[in-house]
Design a protein around this ligand. Structure first.
Ligand SMILES: [Cu+2]
Length: 527
């Protein structure tokens, strides 16, 4: 058999269209009136798809653009929406939600530190190097619910003889510099000892940067896979969702409507740091050589190397690298959240198997020396041979009920992984018989009751249940995955279903130098 052939073409509006529409929306008199000349910064600009209709069919092109602006004078975020073609005015809404700092806002915070009499000279002489720490923001709430925006900046000494390692913060509203008694904000620590690879400190991609592509995979002139891929910077969800796949078809039949990782969090042993609800939109640099075939997409004649392969934080590309590895087409991106490096990867085999993958690495930090537990939650919106009728079945050996290994899950439910029974799950088209079976990965771990919450949720498809709506937080109760709220007893037999699948990875940097990879297999049958 000949090699798999991959064709990638841009899909949806390009960066120039989005930029132009955002400029026009932000220049609208309604926006200027709302801001009233207040000191502000545009933190992200993104294309937005129309709201899904009741059936959530097809793959609508973005029609609107959304700009998130921080108003430092009034300590609030303004979300400005306008149409991509510049017609029908703008909508402005206010929220106290704190967006993750953009590269520009972080740089402005570093510039404020350079003017600080206590820290400026050490920054000037390069005795201290600034880096993006966790948490990215200090979220101390005032009694009235206001949060004064407070951007955290890590300061790492260049040599042991230099000043001590510290994480400080800047309030952009007045340029105030905050230094903490313990040397770091409550959820972090800054000690002399650090673990993780050297921090390359390279530029990351700002949230909203457009890039979607239509991917067609053929072999000997026959179409094997077709799907639309979305780069992490513009992936859907409160915190983004890594490399997002849409409308995935295997040999002409639909498998998934959408597949992505909308929830990611980490908890440390004895809460040494964190916990953190992470984000999955900030693309970092990794090594990929090839042709730039669409904004944020590079088609590579050889394997791309993330930090997990190269062992270091340097790279020449941000976005999604696509390459062929034997009988698999691989899509991969590297993400940054403070000192964490996350790998978002999909492997699609010519035999129809899909391997969702997530990897964990870190650059220098005092926190990651401590044992910690990462939890990644895939949302797999199945449409096996069409959106319905799909049913969810569970396999157990030995059986858990009666003599049959397979039983049907009749209602929305949360299930545990059970290795002693070789437990796995299947989504099956109950009319035509095609199925996909989800087999847990060997390294995917088991949820602890306190923070991991669960291993699998089988839910009825609801277009508004993309994630649990929780943004970046260091609050223990908030940071965990709030997926049980979607379990409201709805029947899921012969309907349109969504599986959420979680992998739990215990990260001990003293055992795994640069990280580890988790993820299940999705295998077709009766196709
Ligand atoms: Cu880790």
């Amino acid at each position: 058999m000949s090699e798999l052939k991959v064709e990638i073409v841009p899909f949806g509006p390009g960066p120039e269209d989005v930029e132009a529409a955002a400029r026009s929306a932000l220049g609208h008199p309604d926006v200027e009136r709302e801001l009233g000349g207040a000191d502000h910064r545009v933190l992200s600009v993104a294309p937005v798809e129309p709201e899904p209709d009741a059936h959530d069919e097809g793959l609508p092109e973005p029609t609107r653009v959304r700009a998130t602006v921080y108003d430092y004078e009034n300590e609030r975020s303004l979300v400005v929406e306008g149409s991509l073609d510049g017609d029908d005015g703008v909508a402005v809404r206010e929220t106290v939600r704190q967006p993750i700092p953009s590269a520009g806002e972080f740089d402005a915070a570093v510039a404020a530190l350079a003017r600080d009499p206590g820290l400026g000279p050490a920054l000037e002489s390069k005795a201290l190097t600034p880096y993006r720490p966790m948490p990215p923001l200090v979220l101390d709430e005032l009694p009235d619910g206001t949060i004064e925006r407070t951007v955290a900046v890590g300061l790492r000494p260049a040599t042991e003889a230099d000043d001590r390692h510290e994480i400080v913060a800047v309030k952009p509203a007045r340029g105030d510099v905050i230094r903490f008694d313990t040397g770091a904000p409550a959820a972090a620590r800054a000690a002399d000892t650090e673990c993780g690879a050297d921090d390359a400190g390279q530029q990351t991609t700002d949230r909203g940067t457009p890039g979607r592509a239509k991917v067609t995979v053929t072999r000997d002139g026959e179409t094997v896979w077709t799907f639309v891929a979305v780069r992490p910077s513009v992936s859907v969800g409160t915190n983004g969702s890594g490399v997002e796949l849409r409308r995935v078809e295997y040999r002409g039949k639909r498998v998934l409507r959408r597949a992505h990782v909308p929830i990611l969090n980490v908890r440390y042993r004895e809460d040494a740091c964190g916990p953190f609800r992470d984000w999955q939109f900030e693309e970092g640099m990794f090594k990929a050589d090839g042709d730039d075939v669409a904004p944020g997409f590079r088609l590579c004649p050889s394997k791309a190397e993330t930090m997990l392969e190269s062992g270091n934080d340097h790279g020449n590309f941000r976005g999604v690298a696509v390459y062929v590895d034997a009988d698999e087409v691989v899509l991969v991106s590297e993400l940054e959240a403070g000192w964490y490096r996350y790998i978002s990867r999909w492997r699609l085999h010519a035999d129809g198997t899909i391997k969702p993958r997530f990897g964990f690495g870190a650059v220098e930090s005092s926190c990651v020396c401590n044992l910690h537990h990462h939890h990644a939650y895939w949302r797999l919106d199945f449409d096996v041979a069409g959106p319905a009728p799909n049913e969810v079945r569970e396999f157990n050996d030995p059986p858990v009920t009666g003599a049959d290994n397979w039983h049907r899950l009749g209602h929305e439910i949360r299930r545990r992984r059970d290795e002693s029974r070789n437990r796995k799950w299947q989504v099956r088209n109950s009319a035509s018989g095609e199925s996909y079976t989800l087999i847990p990965g060997a390294n995917d771990g088991e949820a602890d009751a306190a923070f991991g919450v669960g291993d699998l949720w089988a839910l009825r498809h609801r277009p508004d249940q993309i994630d649990d709506g929780i943004g970046f937080t260091t609050d223990l109760t908030e940071a965990r995955a709030h997926l049980n709220q979607f379990l409201n007893g709805e029947p899921i037999g012969d309907s349109n279903v969504v599986l959420w699948y979680a992998a739990h990875f215990s990260h001990d940097v003293h055992q795994h130098d640069v990280g580890h990879i988790v993820g299940p297999s999705l295998a077709p049958a009766d196709w």
